[in-house]
Write a protein that binds this ligand. Structure first.
Ligand SMILES: N[C@@H](CCC(=O)N[C@@H](CS)C(=O)NCC(=O)O)C(=O)O
Length: 197
């Protein structure tokens, strides 16, 4: 049995959304977020101290990209990812990892520095804007980030772009991302994942 330790304001939204897309049975444990104090992380009331945490029998995971890849490979039955020998497989892997590898380090640093070191935050925001522009440009050519089909990479990316939007760092020049949000909002699995338990 799969258990997801979840807080809706965190990256665990990715995993709840993915579980819903795959129509997997799971137990949802919604846990309050405890703001980290004195730079201490891994402090949450979950088996690893972090969100998301996924438990599947003996397997305990706490890295959202790895959890997404694990669930798709283990239970996807060829859904939500191009096949290993597909010409799209490389792009799929890139976009699975781009959110946590490139976007989220900026998101974290900007949030950390915006009050005490606003000039640093502004400079990082400019760099993030270039990376977001790369996403917008890619989405100008195709409806989903890996082509014509929705995949796990969209789940990874959309949650990062949502955080960037909530920080006020998306604007009208990112209109392909706005159209992408509209497309994703029609997905029943996302709407189920956003429901409060
Ligand atoms: N790269 C990790 C980041 C996980 C992460 O930073 N989780 C945050 C919530 S989004 C957290 O649990 N922070 C609180 C803590 O570490 O105490 C992932 O993608 O899962």
């Amino acid at each position: 049995m799969i258990t997801l330790y979840h807080n809706p304001q965190t990256r665990s939204l990715r995993i709840r959304w993915l579980l819903e897309e795959l129509s997997l049975e799971y137990t949802l444990k919604t846990v309050e977020f405890v703001p980290p104090v004195d730079g201490k992380i891994f402090t949450q009331n979950t088996p690893t101290g972090r969100f998301p945490t996924l438990v599947d029998g003996e397997i305990v995971l706490c890295e959202s990209g790895a959890i997404a890849q694990y669930l798709i490979e283990r239970y996807g039955e060829a859904r939500l990812a191009p096949a290993l020998d597909s010409p799209l497989r490389g792009q799929y892997l890139q976009w699975m990892h781009f959110p946590e590898g490139t976007l989220n380090p900026y998101i974290n640093a900007i949030q950390r520095f915006k009050d005490g070191l606003p000039a640093v935050a502004a400079s990082l925001s400019n760099e993030l804007d270039i990376a977001v522009g790369y996403c917008d440009h890619t989405l100008s050519q195709q409806p989903y980030i890996v082509g014509s089909a929705f995949s796990g990479a969209d789940i990874m990316l959309a949650v990062s772009l949502l955080s960037i939007n909530l920080m006020g760092l998306l604007d009208e020049k990112h209109h392909h991302i706005a159209a992408y949000f509209s497309r994703l909002q029609t997905r029943p699995a996302l709407n189920r994942a956003l429901q409060v338990e």
